[in-house]
Design a protein around this ligand. Sequence first.
Ligand code: SF4
Length: 84
Amino acid sequence: MIVANLSSPRKRGSIFFKKGIIMRVIVDEETCTGCGVCAETCPEVFETDDDLAKVIADPVPEDAEDSCREAVEDCPVEAISIQD
Ligand code: SF4
């Protein structure tokens, strides 16, 4: 199920592959406040740059999937979408 529009130029993300399942993690740049929670929670996947979060792992390391999901849940403004 697609939970975000990848065609939007204001979103940037990454495609993740694990056990035959494609996952997309997307940061909505219009919503992101650059707080850095995602990068602190899952530095393997997220980094803050120019006061915005960006996805830096493609594909996400398998052992970072749980922390990636935690980062999605912990984002205070729900700027991250994940698909699996
Ligand atoms: S936790 Fe959310 S608001 Fe904070 S930097 Fe990451 S994506 Fe942006």
